[in-house]
Design a protein around this ligand. Structure first.
Ligand SMILES: [Zn+2]
Length: 264
């Protein structure tokens, strides 16, 4: 169940809109999602949206390059007794859809600040509840979720702590030391590797880590370009450098750290 982002009262779905006791209402979009981001929380007109980056991410993910990560996430979640699960910062719902497929009985939510990403996600996955909202003020009640999955997305420990029930879980995915190291080497003179220390998250105890490493072998420069485009470093490359790098069809290392935490 969602909470009103303006007054934190429960939102009830009536016909095609959600409404709280104070009569704040939010339309259920045709695609099946609800926009719970109050206008005053938007920092830009279309937060979280960078068309090029989104397009690149979409084609890269749909091509299956990160399917091993999706599989590892669902495998790691599989033994956990969790019914209500939130995919925080779900983007276009790529991983959310994998999770739903692996555990169809679960009540799955996907939240992202980008409206166009959520629209895309909702259209493709009618059995998942998607909403546009800020990770820093999530539209759910205290202790209402059994698990949160956070793949890359930024978040605030106090919000995670507020939402996850005692004994519930947090699964995070962060880049490992070797992640995309060849792209970094092409951009920087000296490369600083990602830290692999386990992050401490207030209110949670770390319980398990799995490291997932594999190498991407490309046949088409378009796929390399899509990957380069979706990483934050991309702006450091000139268009020419990017093209040149992609045409070399470099083998690129992928390195993810999957961590499970349990709510105290
Ligand atoms: Zn309200």
């Amino acid at each position: 169940m969602y909470l009103c982002p303006l007054c934190q009262q429960p939102l009830l779905l009536t016909d095609n809109y959600y409404q709280c006791a104070n009569r704040h209402s939010f339309d259920l979009a045709r695609e099946g999602y609800v926009n719970l981001l109050p206008v005053q929380q938007k920092n830009s007109k279309d937060p979280g949206d960078n068309k090029d980056m989104m397009q690149a991410r979409r084609s890269f993910l749909q091509a299956g390059w990160y399917a091993p990560l999706a599989k590892a996430v669902t495998t790691m979640l599989a033994p956990l007794p969790a019914h209500s699960i939130l995919d925080l910062g779900c983007g276009e719902g790529y991983y959310t859809a994998f999770i739903k497929q692996a555990r169809p009985q679960s009540q799955l939510y996907g939240v992202d600040i980008s409206k166009s990403a959520i629209k895309f996600a909702a259209k493709a996955n009618r059995d998942i509840q998607f909403s546009v909202a800020s990770a820093y003020q999530l539209p759910f009640a205290d202790n209402s979720l059994d698990a949160i999955v956070r793949i890359y997305a930024p978040s605030k420990a106090s919000e995670l702590q507020r939402l996850v029930k005692t004994g519930g879980y947090l699964l995070t995915v962060t880049p490992g030391p070797q992640h995309l190291v060849q792209i970094k080497q092409a951009v920087y003179d000296s490369v600083r590797l990602h830290d692999d220390a386990v992050a401490q998250i207030d209110g949670f105890a770390h319980s398990k880590r799995q490291r997932l490493q594999f190498t991407l072998h490309f046949n088409r420069s378009e796929d390399v370009l899509a990957l380069v485009q979706m990483v934050p470093l991309a702006w450091k490359f000139s268009a020419e450098q990017k093209q040149q790098f992609a045409e070399g069809l470099p083998a690129i290392s992928v390195d993810f750290l999957l961590d499970i935490y349990q709510r105290n």
